[in-house]
Design a protein around this ligand. Structure first.
Ligand SMILES: [Zn+2]
Ligand SMILES: [Zn+2]
Length: 95
C-alpha cells in the first residue's frame, strides 16, 4: 500500500528524531503540533514553527486546548492545513 506524504511544521528539537505534524483534536477541533516520534504536543502551531525550542504543552493524545485525554486524533493533510489558515507554517513534507 502506498504511503501518503504529509506536511510537517518543524523538526523536533527534543528527541531530534521526529517531525512535528499538524494534528487536530477530535473533540474541540483545536490544531496542535505533535512529534511523530516522541509524541510531545505543542498547542500553538505558529509559535512552535517559528521557535521549535519552545516548551511542549502536553503529550499525545491529550489535547492541550480542551484537556480531552484522547483528543488528538486527526492528522491534517495539506488541504486541511490550508483551510485552517496555517499553510505558512508548512516546512516540508515526508512520509
Ligand atoms: Zn520529538
Ligand atoms: Zn481538544
Amino acid at each position: 500500500m502506498a504511503r501518503h506524504k504529509s506536511p510537517y511544521l518543524a523538526r523536533c528539537e527534543f528527541c531530534e528524531q521526529g517531525l512535528l505534524r499538524f494534528m487536530q483534536c477530535d473533540r474541540c477541533r483545536a490544531v496542535a503540533g505533535v512529534c511523530d516520534e516522541c509524541e510531545l504536543v505543542w498547542s500553538d502551531v505558529r509559535a512552535v514553527c517559528s521557535d521549535p525550542k519552545l516548551k511542549s504543552s502536553s503529550a499525545f493524545p491529550r489535547c492541550p486546548a480542551c484537556g480531552a485525554t484522547d483528543g488528538i486524533a486527526i492528522r491534517l493533510n495539506r488541504t486541511q492545513i490550508i483551510r485552517a489558515g496555517l499553510q505558512d507554517c508548512i516546512r516540508g513534507e515526508s512520509e
